[in-house]
Design a protein around this ligand. Sequence first.
Ligand SMILES: [Zn+2]
Length: 149
Amino acid sequence: MSDTILRYVPADPFWQPTTEQADKAASLLRAMAPLSENVSGHFEDDVRFYDPGENWSGVKCPNCKADVEGWWGEAMDTAFASEFKNLSAEAACCSTTVNLNGLDYVWPAGFGRFALEALNPNMDDTTHKQDQQLAESLGAPLRKIWARY
Ligand SMILES: [Zn+2]
């Protein structure tokens, strides 16, 4: 049995909500995804990369649209060495400077220090309006990542 996680990560990888904001947003998500096994906010000390697990579909350069998996792994290792405090990287495909959080992840992925998660929500998807309500509740723009493990 694989697990599905509906995960919201702040668009700004360094931003964290207050625990009050996180609790409020978790209550809202619980109401939107009532069949979830668990809904909770997760705070991290350091920035981490939230990949979509089995949904991973590759990553492309936002400037030249090239498949960047050739240099992306090494750039991730370099950024990880700084605990992801510096997410800028030199794109080997077109010699431009890019932000690792701004790459074109074919299936959404992203960096963050906080994630609002619903475990096995047993639903197809949330609506755009619900996504906006969650962002307003938490207090920051969010990136939605459907992950499967
Ligand atoms: Zn490029």
